[in-house]
Design a protein around this ligand. Sequence first.
Ligand code: 5RP
Length: 292
Amino acid sequence: MADKDGLKVAKNYDPETPFGNSGSFHVKGSNNLDWGMKKHLSNIFDPKSGKTVMFAFDHGYFMGSTAGLERLDLVIPKLLPAVDVLMGTRGAIRTCIPADSRKAIALRVSSGSSMINDDLSHEIVAVDMEDSIRMNADCIAVQTFIGADGQLSSIDNLSKCINAGLRYSIPVLGVVAVGKDMERTDRFFKLATRIVAEMGANIVKSYYCDNFEEVVAGCPVPIVVAGGKKLPEKDALTLAYNAISGGAAGLDMGRNIFQSEHSLEMAFAIRKIVHEGFTDKEAWEFYQDSIN
Ligand code: 5RP
């Protein structure tokens, strides 16, 4: 292991220079992958814009019934027209999503904590690869707890999923967790996103932060940005715009969509930013026009 006392601060991210190994494929870091992986990634990332609108409703896996998600069967199907990818648990998807939906699936496979615990950082892989394949998963989502008590076991979970994913051409979405005592700085996100990508994850879910362009430049696979706690709609659209302008390959928002009073209109406004180059101001105007 390198002597960490002698490490220099990394600074030459060169965010203006595009990724160097894109080839002809539209998903960052995936040009060398096989057909099956590329097919799944193309189901997730629109080949035209290169981006994605994921909708996260997997909160129940550790929060139980969540405000806005009390009735998965009523809330999720009505949002389908506005999103590209459904990120949920197998229990939610099997019970509440019509099987004829054409949306890509990001299947949450790690589990093992609940809001009752103080330390949420210990998880297991709860869904085996056979069932992920049966669910037609376009990627499987694994939580990682870099810098937390559960770091080692979460990297073990991630690595096992990546090994299985490579066997069956199922991409892995590594989710960077932020615990209550963990910093939300570019220093932390550069560390965490890079570790997850170097373990072999094909997509990383992380958070927007200062110097986000450098976080993106230092991560050789696409970053999709989480929404976090519910913000006023105008602020959430600014977060979405900043993330996309900073190089995010998409949004993976949950509460900022399903806890909005006008969730469908909000999802469509986010879609305008992600796929049509709307600014936050334009998206806010679109949202206001849509609800009036
Ligand atoms: C947990 C997750 C959740 O999917 C994510 O937190 C949900 O999104 P949001 O924060 O936007 O409600 O990945 O780590």
